[in-house]
Design a protein around this ligand. Structure first.
Ligand SMILES: [Zn+2]
Ligand SMILES: [Zn+2]
Length: 569
């Protein structure tokens, strides 16, 4: 018996050793070191590598900023963008250099339609949350830059589901999504490989994120959307806030190993100065302009790319836009390892490889010159390596696009919704017993002074309500609104004759300046679980303007005023 056990133990140990040895041989040997020379040395100084989408102990990460900055420095990065979970009411930390690494503070906001990372944004006046549309609108108004995070996560509640939201950026790659999609066998091999070549083992779980690239390419046909690769680094798998179902295993993988797998590389006009404020401005400016690309550094580094279009109608750098129909020459140059293939991709499709692909005979600069007679859509560059992990293989370098777009039509003035006016005298207050509210109506204006019950969020509810004429379909609701401070009001239709009196609504932003708002019935979302499409609006019995509890904390007092309320039939 004892001998049998011993034999089993020896066999198990041999199997583990075999797998480790196998991983050692199968994983890419260290990164190919590239040598930028001549003009490429200047570009190398202006191209700064960083880790974007990183969590600290402020949310579900395993370490604080100083330790993470040290890990980034150890991995050769020059900046880190922290994206702790939050509602944007915490003032962002000012930019600061720690261990020579520029530390920038963003926030990852949970919306009803997925996670939205906001960077370069001041503190929000109220907690951001609710629908993706509302959050993206708030981020844009606050001057932030918003990025749809892990858009195709295998976990449905983490997916970015509202394709109509005009996001500024899009994570074409996200480590967390990739790991979740990996098979158990691949994960087990990576876990063993992590003991010998940690960053290569992490990268072995990555593959070409086909769905995310397709979605990004579809968006960029019509407007600029900046692609970024999100590390989603937590300093350990299974951290809690993103997903309570995962077991907690802090410390593996370490931040440093995540930072060594890939980076987002931002092209600046001049090298970083060491002044954190000025450098943050320059870095954010380039990210907003799309002068950023991703490289899988564990395969080869430093990746560099110069990508532009030059022609009679002007020149556009990576991230830039020319008018659709422009003529010019696409110039793509990249510093690549031997055997790499540089490819041009238009609207998600590889261009003809006979004119728009080249393979490097040795480490060095690879160039493509492709004439375009009448540019249309978005063009981006990819560099592919035979040694890349994944099936289909992960591209080693992904640029941002250059766009050929039709000039945006001048924004039409907000439509004047005629509609039937709703008399001020028809309004009343509806509220929960613990909250208080006073209704004042005069000259067609409806003013609500409210105080939400303090304590926990427990369906506090204050609304101005009015009955709707029965049996008449409505298409939109329009009004002018202002409030004593920035807030959101949820405009809702209630269907009293349907079981449970369900409500459908949409929130609008309101602040101290009176501004017009229009809510279209077709855009309303269910206020209760399990429902979806808006019922026939002829069945709506009441119109409610509700203090949006998502954005208004319990205990908050305030005043909002509606005027000129009308419904269009
Ligand atoms: Zn997330
Ligand atoms: Zn995250």
């Amino acid at each position: 018996m004892r001998r049998a056990l011993r034999t089993a133990a020896v066999l198990a140990a041999a199997a583990v050793l075999f797998v480790i040895l196998f991983s050692f041989l199968a994983l890419p040997r260290g990164a190919v070191r590239l040598e930028p020379q001549g003009p490429w040395a200047d570009l190398a100084r202006r191209t700064v590598a960083g880790g974007y989408h990183v969590h600290t102990t402020r949310s579900d990460g395993a370490a604080g900023k100083p330790a993470i900055a040290a890990a980034a420095a150890g991995a050769g990065l020059q900046f880190v963008i922290f994206t702790d979970h939050g509602d944007a009411t915490r003032p962002p930390d000012p930019p600061v250099y720690i261990e020579g690494v520029l530390c920038l503070d963003g926030v990852e906001i949970s919306t009803a339609d997925g996670h939205y990372v906001a960077i370069d944004m001041p503190q929000a006046p109220y907690p951001l949350g609710g629908t993706a549309r509302a959050v993206a609108e708030d981020v844009a108004r606050l001057g932030g830059f918003g990025i749809a995070a892990h858009p195709d996560s295998p976990k449905p509640e983490l997916r970015w589901t509202d394709a109509a939201v005009p996001v500024d950026g899009f994570e074409w790659l996200n480590t967390d999504s990739e790991w979740r999609a990996a098979s158990r066998g691949a994960t087990a091999r990576a876990a063993l490989g992590y003991l010998v070549r940690p960053a290569a083992a992490l990268a072995s779980l990555l593959h070409r994120p086909v769905a995310s690239l397709q979605r990004w390419d579809a968006m960029t046909r019509g407007r600029p959307v900046v692609g970024l690769a999100g590390l989603d680094a937590h300093g350990g798998i299974g951290r809690q806030a993103d997903d309570g179902s995962r077991s907690n295993m802090p410390g593996v993988p370490r931040y440093r190993d995540s930072f060594r797998t890939f980076s987002d590389r931002v092209i600046l006009d001049r090298p970083l100065s060491g002044d954190a404020q000025a450098d943050a401005r320059a870095l954010y400016g380039s990210i907003r302009a799309g002068r950023v690309f991703t490289t899988i550094d564990v395969l080869a580094a430093p990746g560099l790319v110069s990508f532009d279009v030059d022609g009679p109608s002007g020149r556009a750098e990576m991230g830039g836009t020319l008018v659709a129909g422009s003529r010019g020459t696409i110039r793509a140059d990249a510093l690549v390892p031997r055997g790499a293939t540089l490819v041009l991709v238009r609207d998600g499709q590889d261009l003809d490889p006979r004119i728009a692909a080249a393979t490097a005979p040795s480490d060095g600069v690879l160039s493509l010159r492709v004439p375009v007679a009448s540019g249309e859509g978005s063009y981006r560059a990819e560099v592919r390596l035979a040694s890349a992990p994944g099936e289909p293989p992960l591209p080693w370098l992904v640029s941002n696009p250059i766009y050929f777009l039709r000039p945006a039509a001048p924004r039409p003035p907000p439509p004047v919704v005629a509609g039937e006016p709703i008399a001020g005298s028809s309004w009343h207050i509806e509220k929960d017993p613990g909250s208080s509210a006073i209704l004042r109506t005069r000259d067609g204006r409806v003013e609500v002074e409210f105080a939400l019950r303090s304590g926990d969020r427990a369906n506090q509810f204050v609304a101005a309500a009015t009955p709707l004429a029965p049996e008449r379909r409505l298409t939109s609701i329009a009004f002018d609104a202002k409030a004593s401070r920035p807030m959101r009001i949820s405009v809702q239709l209630r269907f009293d004759r349907l079981p449970g009196a369900p409500r459908w609504g949409e929130s609008v932003y309101v602040d101290q300046r009176s501004a017009p708002a229009t809510v279209h019935a077709a855009d309303l979302r269910p206020m209760q679980a399990g429902e979806s499409a808006v019922p026939d609006t002829a069945l709506a019995a009441a119109l409610l303007c509700v203090v949006e509890l998502t954005n208004t904390p319990p205990g908050r007092r305030g005043i909002f005023e509606l005027s000129n309320v009308r419904v269009a039939r």
